[in-house]
Design a protein around this ligand. Structure first.
Ligand code: ADP
Ligand code: MG
Length: 504
């Protein structure tokens, strides 16, 4: 292969986890091998983002004159694909640390434990960031040539065939940044084709905020979509942008593009996915919103912008009111972030109410995927608990089958005139509830009972206590006397039928 002087080369063993990971990658992972390019470009883009950040806050660094961009070159003859960036680069120690070990603890367990089906689903795998190593799906050798932005650090070359070892040696390299030279396996030669590469970039990396030049031609869009007026953004662009930031291949369920002027100026595009990956991998997902200040990425996974119970929402927020040098620790306490968070919560809840009202089918899809997460808000978000309670859905004795859902609002509208309370029964399934002796009397009297099959529901409803002033009560604690005449239709209308303030 490469004729290189190997003198002064040091050999290293990969961390055991990486060996395992490489083994999985080369055998089962990913039906779409092409995503290796998305991962390499995303790393280049991260390195450029860090560089842009440094150049705003530091005076002294390598390669001040360099444009921040990614160049991609192909060599059909030698079967190589090279990704070159002018990002922060790496020192020797950083190469060993970043590329020789898996930083995110738990990533490997996740992947090893995924079902064969989930392993093939690049949507699932896109959530884990084992990025760099995916290159070994198509490569039989990879070289990383890198020079740090730190003054005086020598450049290094890393190479490995992706089995057990990698090698490092010092090199001459003038330009700051990193070059990844991918030597393609015989059967992966398609990745030296310019049209193929450009189309992969348009598919996965179109919104990378640095120019990606393929053989000298710009291949991506580089617009900050969130700053464009809504009317100028097409449905395809919204969808493409979502796929890009969420690292998935399917369209979102819905999006919300807003700009606010007061009290804080900001732009945002938020998305709700179609699928709740938490229920696929049975674990809480890493989450966060991309936070920008004037198109400069400040944090890729800002958790302080939305509450935990909206952790499935993906998107970007851009505000020029955020100080560039804000540190991760102070996000929570930052006044501007807090204000934005409150506005965003209201916007998301408002949109959900809208959908619930005007597009029931879509809302049901939403609720079945994310209801479990959203309703945590009843417990944690005192200010918005009423709204969240309105958004909750349950199965009930009025439903034809276990799939049908009713809201508390619908329930209260249907309440018998003398019925003062909202009733529920808890059990593992609709079938079990329907066999419950407690249900008998309610059925006889035609009084609706909510069926709580999610173990959290009872806790949330008793925490809520009441809905529109109607106490919420477990069926086995119902005051059956009150229900006595419930089947007789309108009884005793003279006694203030509007007064629902129960005498408890
Ligand atoms: P992740 O990007 O999720 O951290 P990766 O496996 O994709 O995981 O990359 C591992 C690490 O290697 C990165 O976090 C980064 O520190 C380093 N790295 C990879 N590519 C580059 C690059 N082009 N420039 C600088 N550092 C890089
Ligand atoms: Mg990466």
């Amino acid at each position: 292969m490469w004729q290189k002087s190997r003198k002064k080369e040091e050999g290293f063993e990969f961390q055991a986890e990486i060996k395992k990971l490489l083994n999985i990658l080369s055998h089962s992972l990913y039906t779409h091998k092409e995503i290796f390019l998305r991962e390499l470009i995303s790393n280049a883009s991260d390195a450029l983002t860090k560089q842009r950040f440094h150049s705003l806050t530091n005076e002294d660094y390598e390669g001040k004159e360099l444009p921040l961009e990614i160049n991609i070159e192909m060599d059909e003859q030698n079967k190589t694909l090279t990704i070159i960036d002018t990002g922060i680069g790496m020192t020797k120690d950083e190469v060993v640390k970043n590329v020789g070990t898996i930083a995110k603890s738990g990533s490997l367990e996740f992947i090893t434990n995924l079902s064969e089906e989930a392993k093939k689903d690049s949507n699932v795998i896109g959530q884990f960031g084992v990025g760099f190593y995916s290159v070994f799906m198509v490569a039989d050798e990879v070289r990383i040539r890198t020079k740090s932005y730190k003054k005086g650090e020598p450049a290094y070359e890393w190479r490995s065939d992706g089995t057990g070892k990698y090698f490092l040696h010092q090199i001459e390299k003038e330009r700051r940044g990193t070059e990844i030279i991918v030597h393609l396996k015989e059967e992966e030669k398609e990745y030296t084709d310019k049209t193929r590469i450009s189309s992969i970039i348009r598919k996965y990396s179109n919104f990378v905020s640095f120019p990606i030049m393929v053989c000298g031609e710009k291949a991506n869009q580089v617009t900050a979509l969130w700053k464009e007026p809504k009317k100028d953004v097409t449905a395809e662009q919204y969808e493409e942008f979502y796929k890009f930031i969420a690292n998935v291949e399917e369209a979102p369920l819905f999006h919300l593009h807003t700009s606010a002027e007061a009290p804080i100026q900001f732009y945002s595009i938020l998305y709700c996915p179609k699928v709740n990956y938490e229920s696929v991998i049975l674990k809480k997902l890493e989450h966060g919103i991309q936070l920008y200040c004037n198109k400069i990425l400040i944090q890729a996974d800002c958790k302080a912008l939305l509450p935990e119970y909206m952790r499935f929402i993906r998107g970007v927020v851009d505000s020029s009111d955020i100080p560039l040098n804000i540190s991760r620790e102070t996000f929570q306490d930052n006044r501007v972030i807090q204000k934005m968070k409150n506005i965003l919560i209201k916007q998301v809840l408002g949109l959900l109410q809208d959908i619930a009202k005007n597009d029931k089918e879509k809302y049901e899809i939403f609720w079945k995927q994310f209801g479990r997460i959203l309703k945590e808000g009843v417990h944690f978000d005192f200010e918005n608990r009423e709204t969240i309670a309105q958004l909750m859905r349950f199965n009930s004795s009025q439903c034809k089958d276990a799939g049908e859902l009713v809201s508390l609002g619908e329930y209260t509208e249907r309440m018998k005139p003398e019925q003062k309370e909202i009733y529920y029964i808890t059990a593992v399934s609709r079938d079990t509830i329907e066999k419950s002796p407690h249900l008998e009397i309610f059925r006889k009297k035609g009084v609706e009972v909510l069926y709580l099959t999610d173990p959290n529901d009872e806790f949330l409803l008793s925490g809520l206590g009441e809905f529109e002033k109607r106490p919420i009560r477990s069926a086995d604690q119902a005051n059956l006397d009150v229900l006595k005449d419930a089947d007789k239709g309108i009884v005793d209308t003279s006694s203030e039928p509007q007064n629902y303030d129960a005498d408890i």
